[in-house]
Write a protein that binds this ligand. Structure first.
Ligand SMILES: [Zn+2]
Ligand SMILES: [Zn+2]
Ligand SMILES: [Zn+2]
Length: 241
């Protein structure tokens, strides 16, 4: 998606201290909240040795949508897949796959015959510090996310079970392809993939598809799935920390 279609502050909010931080600095910022600045080295042989068991993972779409997750190392790739689907993407049932070090971890075990494996692996068994990997959701209108481990095997920054959002981008503004004003809808037939599909309340009235079916519109949502699928629901992520 062309960046001229978005207005982004390039910043987001840290859940721990509630400060506004530049997207490019957020990984370092979160590490600074760790007890020893994020240099905790994992040593399973130390007494009580698992000093930290959590991962901090940056997830982004190489565009305006990004967040940092805290995930226990004992959670599986499937758990992360579920979280991304339910909370950030559309809560739909499309296929998805993580690619880590050339290995594909697929949401559908049936496709294991094509050299793919399942998502039933714990993070601590497949992810090291600084690992970069990818996630693809919906092989029809594919959403591609980039994931980066910014801290591995560290204590939790937020004392909560399961996967939690540690930081997220500021609200993204959508720009009308026709007039440059604030866009409110995407044509459901064209989807976000075609230029001219992201429109304001006025410009949608002149859009050809809209004239044949006025109901075929998608609301813009704060998600990498914005305008991609007619079954989408808004992301569930709460910002009222
Ligand atoms: Zn902070
Ligand atoms: Zn417009
Ligand atoms: Zn259209």
């Amino acid at each position: 998606m062309a960046s001229k279609r978005f207005r982004s502050t390039g910043r987001g909010t840290c859940r721990v201290c509630k400060r506004s931080v530049a997207a490019s600095r957020m990984g370092v910022h979160l590490r600074a909240h760790l007890p020893d600045g994020g240099d905790a080295s994992y040593d399973p042989y130390l007494p009580g040795g698992n000093r930290g068991s959590h991962y901090i993972i940056r997830v982004d779409d190489r565009g305006p949508f990004w967040m940092f997750l805290q995930v226990p190392g004992t959670r599986t790739l499937k758990d992360v897949d579920d979280f991304l689907r339910d909370e950030w993407l559309e809560g739909g049932f499309h296929l998805s796959v993580f690619t880590i070090g050339g290995i594909k971890y697929d949401s559908e075990p049936e496709s294991a015959e094509h050299g793919e494996t399942t998502m039933r692996y714990m993070l601590r068994d497949v992810l090291e510090g600084n690992a970069m990997f990818s996630y693809e959701y919906d092989f029809g209108t594919t959403t591609r996310l980039r994931l980066t481990v910014t801290a591995a095997r560290v204590p939790p920054l937020v004392p909560r079970e399961g996967t939690v959002v540690l930081a997220i981008h500021d609200a993204v503004g959508f720009v009308c392809d026709a007039c440059g004003g604030a866009a409110t809808v995407v044509c459901a037939y064209c989807t976000m993939l075609s230029d001219g599909s992201l429109l304001c309340d006025d410009c949608i009235k002149d859009h050809e598809c809209h004239q044949s079916n006025p109901d075929a519109v998608l609301a813009v949502v704060q998600s990498p799935r914005a305008g991609m699928c007619s079954f989408e629901s808004p992301p569930n992520i709460r910002r009222d920390w």
